[in-house]
Structure formats: C-alpha cells, structure tokens
Ligand binder design. Structure first.
Ligand code: NDP
Length: 400
C-alpha cells in the first residue's frame, strides 16, 4: 500500500467554511475543443466546496483510505525539517498545487527513494525539477485544462483593471474620497488597443476569444501556429518571435509554461523594446519576468502597469518588491484555484490516482514526464532542464 503526501495551502484564517456560499456550480459538458472533463469513477465531495486547503484534502481521504493507502496532508512545505521534507522520505506519490508549490528539487528527489509519481493538482509542473524527475524515473502528471478558462477570466479582469485604473479608484472610495481626477488620470479604454499573448495554448487562446468582443487588435506568438480558421475568425496577427510582437502591443499577456526557454524572458532588454506605457499581465509564472527589471520599468514609466498572480518563490518573502511596487495589481496565486476550478482538479487528481493504482496508463494529455523523458503534453510544451533554482527562498516567508 502506498503513502501519498499531499501539500495544500492553509485553511482560511477564520477556519474551514461550515457551509457553501452558493448552492451549486454550473455543470460543464466538456472543455473547448472537445477534451473531456476528468473521469474518476466517483467523487466524495460537493462541487463548489473548498478543496484546495488542508481540511479540504482534495476530497481524497475516503477513497485513498478505503483502498488501504496512507494519506498525509500538510501545508508545512518549506525549509529544512518541514513536515514535507520529513514525510517525503518514504512517500510514493506527492500531490501539490502550483498556488502553494511543494518544490521538488533535485536534492529532495534524490532523498525520496520511494517516489514514483508527482501530481500537479492544477497546471504547470515547473515546481518539480523535471530533469531530476527524468533521471530518477519519476512520472510527473498535471490536470490539463482544469483551470485554463479560470485563468483566462482572471487575465481579462486584470487587463481591464489595469487599463481602466480600477484598484486605485476603488481605494479612493474606501478612503472616503470622490477624487475623480486622481482616478482618471491613468484610466483608458481598451477599445482599439493592441493586445498580444505570449503563447496561444489553452489559456492564451481563451484570452484572445474573450477579448475579441472588446474590439481590441489581437496578436499572438507561439512555437506552433494556430489553425488558419481560428486566425481568420479572430482576425489574429501571428508573430514568430516575442520581440516583434511586444514592439506593437499596448498590452502583453503571458501564457506560456515556465521552462528553461522562457525563464527570465521579460528582462530589461525585452521590456525596453515594448512601447512606452505598456501593460503586462502575467498569470503564467513569476520567473518568466525579471523581478527587478519590472520594478524599474514601472518606476521609469516604460511600463504603465503590471498585474498577475504568479511570483517566485511562492509564497514570496514579505519584502518581495512586487508587493509594494508602483502601479501594480498583484494578487496571491489564485486565478486557477477558484472553487469551480478546484472541483475539476480534485476530480482530475483522483482520476490520475485511480489509473495509477489500477496500473492503467494515464491520459497522454496529463503526462509531463514519463519513462525518463518528457511525454504527452509535456513533450509538446516544455523543454528539458530545471526551473526550480532559488526555490529555497520560500522558507523566508515562514521565518518572517
Ligand atoms: P497549454 O499547454 O495549453 O499552452 C501552453 C502554450 O505555451 C503552448 O501553446 C506552447 O506552445 C506554448 N509555449 C511553450 N513554450 C513556449 C515558448 N518558449 N514560447 C512561446 N510559446 C511557448 O497550457 P495552458 O494554456 O493551460 O497553461 C499555460 C501556463 O499557464 C501553464 O504552463 C502554467 O504555467 C500557467 N498556469 C497558471 C495558472 C494560474 O493559476 N495562474 C493556472 C494554470 C496554468 P506549443 O505547444 O505550441 O509548443
């Protein structure tokens, strides 16, 4: 029987909710493009329930314990001597969410002699040293599509929030003011602006589709071109490289995975090629942007605004400069962890575990690493290497 180690974020400060906010969530028939929703044999939770925090346990305890497995759930993930470090030694399966990532570095993988499967309950497995996973024969899987639409909604919200100067205007009301000029001195319409997405995968394309009715000019860059019909339907302009796209954009949204090819892509050189007063919305991964170059660009006016929900490391130290930089609209990493998304990735995690313990192959759509190499969706979207360097800094949050 296996030991499953599940790292989840803490319960709300006021305690685990005693009731649901809404009576239900919409039932979807499938994902855009036809991919099916997760197909576990059953679920032991109510869709719409808080599942991603420690007491939610991703709804897995009954299923795993009835099958004779041991489930350990913790939020204590960083620093030497953390519960994660202690329990990892004999775990066969690790489950972690990108919002509160359990960094599976090469050192940790080397110590985890029984580790065979790392599941990302969500999308984006850059918190796992994929190179080390390949070398140690650890399978890495994620729940592809579970929260792509959730993130695309958040991106649209953040673009509108930045360009229309929503957050500072809201704050004037809370402060008791009615300062119209202070609110509108940085407020524009998105209509007619050019927006470009770095990557037009599931999230990037969904963002473009959602922005189309706003009459923005839509651009994208990706390693693979979208079908001609889609380009025509949305009147898209394709760029084979990121430089040529950012030069013409008013707003750039970043929607590619973090891997060695994309780490630090938005450095000072690239940001300086953007139009003065551009906006960046990054809900992909913090490390795709150079932390200090973003701060400097906001101070100089090269960027008019920066928003997103992804940081490095996570949680970021209390003195991370993105908490206090000018003209930002940052949130903690939440866009892919709405209650709606949680029910999909909890079900997807269970589907993966059911297949794993039954010896059935995992969906190719879910695979990132398998059999010592990039596999399935991972072979399409990632490059070999490791993007976990520096993750030990996450321990600083706990110490502060
Ligand atoms: P997809 O796999 O559908 O899309 C990723 C796209 O990125 C693919 O089209 C891929 O291109 C493209 N890509 C990969 N490398 C590059 C590169 N070097 N330059 C340009 N494009 C590249 O994934 P999703 O759209 O569902 O998710 C994208 C990312 O968003 C995730 O990897 C994750 O990091 C992040 N995410 C964030 C969440 C949040 O809560 N904030 C939640 C979910 C995801 P191709 O396949 O054509 O090679």
């Amino acid at each position: 029987m296996a030991k499953i180690l599940c790292v989840l974020y803490d319960d709300p400060i006021a305690g685990y909710p005693k009731s649901l906010i809404r009576d239900g969530i919409p039932v979807l028939s499938g994902y855009p493009g036809g991919q099916t929703l997760p197909t576990p044999s059953k679920i032991d939770f109510t869709p719409g329930q808080l599942l991603g925090s420690v007491s939610g346990e991703l709804g897995l305890r009954k299923f795993l314990e009835e099958a004779g497995h041991e489930l350990v759930v913790t939020s204590d993930k960083d620093g030497e001597g953390s519960t994660f470090d202690r329990e990892l030694v004999d775990a066969e399966v690790v489950i972690s969410q990108p919002f509160w990532p359990a960094y599976l570095t090469a050192e940790r993988i080397a110590k985890a002699k029984n580790l065979k499967l790392a599941i990302t309950a969500g999308i984006g497995s850059d918190h796992v040293d994929l190179q080390a996973a390949m070398q140690h024969g650890v399978t890495v899987a994620e729940v592809t599509y579970c929260n792509s639409i959730s993130v695309s909604e958040h991106v649209v919200m953040m673009i509108l929030g930045l360009v229309r100067n929503y957050i500072p205007s809201y704050q004037w009301i809370v402060k008791g003011g009615w300062n119209i000029a202070d609110c509108v001195e940085r407020s524009y319409d998105v209509e007619g602006m050019t927006v470009g997405t770095v990557a037009a995968g599931r999230i990037g394309l969904a963002v473009l589709r959602r922005l189309h009715p706003f009459d923005m000019k839509l651009h994208y860059m990706d390693r693979h071109r979208l079908p001609k019909e889609v380009e025509e339907e949305l009147n898209l302009t394709y760029h084979p490289d990121v430089e040529s796209m950012v030069k013409v954009c008013d707003v750039v949204t970043i929607n590619c995975p973090l891997h060695p090819e994309t780490e630090n892509l938005f450095n000072e050189t690239l940001i300086n090629k953007m139009k003065r007063g551009s906006y960046i919305v990054n809900t992909a991964r913090g490390k795709i942007c150079d932390r200090d170059a973003i701060v400097r660009a906001l101070e100089s006016g090269q960027l008019a605004g920066y928003a997103g929900d992804v940081w490095f490391p996570q949680p970021p130290p209390k003195d991370h400069p993105w908490r206090t930089m000018m003209h930002h609209g940052m949130t903690p990493h939440i866009s892919g962890s709405s209650l709606s998304a949680q029910s999909r990735y909890a079900a997807g995690t269970r589907e993966i575990l059911e297949c794993w313990f039954a010896g059935k192959p995992l969906r190719s759509d879910y695979l990132i690493v398998d059999g010592g190499k990039l596999a399935g969706v991972g072979a399409h979207s990632y490059s070999e290497g490791n993007a976990t360097g520096g993750s030990e800094e996450a321990a600083k949050f706990k110490m502060a």
